[in-house]
Design a protein around this ligand. Structure first.
Ligand code: MEZ
Length: 565
């Protein structure tokens, strides 16, 4: 057949790609090194002539085999969120079906447990997003032997798509700008945003450890020099890369490199399908069963296991069950966010908290899965209905903004801004690149092409409010930009699933609690797989904070448990 494997076998046989004797690891490390040795690094392959080049993608330095398959039809990872039908990959005609990820096989799981562990480690971390990487690096630095498993062919998880930033209080960045902030204010804002349903002990840690989380990321090489305001925060405390770039791809790149430097054993294409409990004490976790793409089912014994598998925003059945009114909504999440850790933990006897609380982000590009970051409103965009009239304070919390859009008869809205905003916010160029923006040389022309007949009046009123420093219509307190410098832009937005606030119940040590609310021995969790930190509604910038702070905590406690005595 016309597959990549066939083409290469004509060169130097199977050894062009594989080792001899043939041993393909789940991460396909050797195969990917072979690709790069002939074709160059990912960045070398960037083709500036293409309208869209996947090699310059925000996915970062991922495995070539994430998209290019040797013996299967190729699969554009990009098409999980975008649709680039016109960009054909070479060998797209290869027809073999993927042989992995056919679901869980209970018989094979049982056999793997009966056969006993093939490896032993101190700490297993499940999921290589921000929480998982932070846990793995912290556990490794604490002296533990660590294996980090990731089911996808690339690391990064949902964190890789985070647009906004990381909230923190008392940082160098705030001090340099003369911003007064307090740990208590951060905690109060998070509690108020969460409708006071959050666990105050977890929120206290989130606020207290936020500055050191930013310093930690910087110590690993991150640029966190940008500072913005997110909805529900009383001051600018969302830290992000300077220059307006998205936070997620940047910190994942930094964490990937840091994990490699610490020699964390990271295994891709490796889905954990079972938490193994002690026969004598079923409140104690003693290992995991993995389903590896090439190695099949096998058991690894571990003293500690950290769940960092993310939320369930891309699991349609779970959404339909826990939040039926959201079942037909689009989602901004990575395809990996399928709630696996929640299912694993439930089966092992863990308790869940706030499991049915799901956040709709108000501004996902209409009919798409692309998040239009909250910081676009923070930097200056206004939100208007199909007639061009404002209907809410754009900087209110996400649940309120989403509800307000859903109360509009059409259930979608426009964000409107001008050239000044684009020059401050580079990520907006990406939306333009994806064909999402309507553009005009005057507000009147924009009103005409979009049908927003009230827009000229709305913009004129808003510019007046900005000039006088008081929003008479909706009490918006931060209006950094007027809307007066052409070209003018508009993008259609609608609410979509963004974050699942509920999940596995944890205590302040990141230990998972059982249904009697007692810690399960050896089981830890961090990030979106957990519940309790965000209450009913998460504030922008608190997800990355959660993943870094509780990821580190989980890793440190998991290592301490594994290394004691
Ligand atoms: O924390 C987030 O989810 C966030 C800031 C998202 C965004 O709108 O950019």
């Amino acid at each position: 057949d016309n597959s990549l494997a066939n083409f290469h076998s004509e060169m130097d046989g199977c050894e062009t790609c594989h080792t001899k004797p043939r041993h393909v690891t789940d991460s396909e490390t050797h195969e990917n090194m072979q690709c790069k040795s002939c074709h160059g690094e990912y960045s070398d392959l960037a083709n500036s002539e293409l309208h869209f080049d996947p090699h310059t993608s925000h996915l970062g330095d991922i495995n070539c085999t994430s998209c290019h398959k040797g013996h299967e039809a190729p699969k554009f990872q990009c098409n999980n969120c975008h649709s680039f039908e016109d960009d054909k990959m070479p060998f797209a005609e290869a027809k073999k079906k993927p042989k992995w990820d056919k679901g869980w096989d209970n018989e094979k799981i049982k056999k793997a447990i009966a056969a006993g562990p093939v490896e032993t480690t101190d700490v297993v971390v499940i999921g290589a997003g921000s929480a998982g990487f932070n846990a793995a690096i912290s556990a490794k630095r604490a002296g533990a032997k660590v294996i980090l498993f990731e089911k996808a062919p690339y690391s990064g998880g949902n964190s890789m798509l985070a647009a906004g930033g990381i909230n923190a209080v008392g940082t160098r960045q705030q001090k340099e700008r003369g911003i007064e902030d307090k740990v208590e204010w951060y905690a109060e804002d998070a509690m108020k945003g969460g409708r006071y349903k959050n666990d105050p002990a977890l929120v206290k840690i989130l606020a207290e450890e936020s500055a050191s989380a930013v310093e930690w990321l910087e110590s690993l090489g991150a640029n966190m020099d940008g500072l913005k305001r997110s909805g529900g925060a009383r001051v600018n405390r969302t830290h992000r890369p300077s220059g307006g770039h998205s936070v997620g791809p940047h910190i994942i790149d930094v964490l990937r490199k840091a994990a490699a430097k610490e020699q964390v054993d990271t295994r891709l294409n490796s889905k954990v399908v079972k938490l193994v409990l002690d026969n004598q004490d079923n409140n104690k976790v003693i290992g995991v069963v993995i389903h590896g793409k090439h190695s099949g089912h096998y058991m690894v014994a571990a003293d500690s296991v950290v769940l960092a598998t993310g939320g369930y925003g891309m699991n349609k059945e779970m959404i339909a069950y826990y939040r039926p009114t959201f079942k037909d909504m689009t989602s901004s999440n990575n395809v990996t966010a399928t709630g696996d850790g929640i299912l694993l933990a439930k089966e092992a006897g863990a308790s869940m908290t706030d499991i049915d609380w799901v956040q709709a982000h108000p501004t996902i590009g209409k009919d798409s899965r692309i998040l239009v970051s909250e910081t676009v409103r923070g930097v200056g965009a206004i939100m208007v209905n199909v007639h061009g009239s404002r209907f809410i304070n754009e900087l209110t919390t996400r649940d309120r903004a989403s509800d307000a859009i859903l109360k509009q008869p059409e259930q979608w809205a426009w964000l409107v801004f001008d050239e000044q905003l684009i020059s401050k916010k580079k990520m907006v160029r990406g939306y333009d690149h994806l064909g999402m923006l309507s553009k005009a040389n005057s507000v009147e022309e924009l009103a005409k092409i979009t049908g927003m007949k009230n827009l000229p009046q709305t913009v004129s009123d808003y510019n007046k409010y900005k000039a006088q420093g008081k929003d008479e219509a909706f009490g918006r307190d931060l209006m950094p930009l007027s809307i007066e410098k052409g070209p003018f832009y508009a993008v259609r937005v609608q609410p979509g699933i963004h974050h699942t606030m509920g999940g596995v119940a944890i205590n302040t040590e990141s230990e998972v609690l059982n249904i009697q609310s007692r810690p399960m021995i050896g089981l830890y969790a961090a990030g979106e797989v957990t519940g309790g930190v965000h209450g009913f509604n998460r504030l922008g910038g608190n997800a990355i904070a959660d993943t870094v702070i509780f990821g580190r905590r989980a890793g440190e406690h998991a290592a301490a448990h594994a290394l004691k005595d």
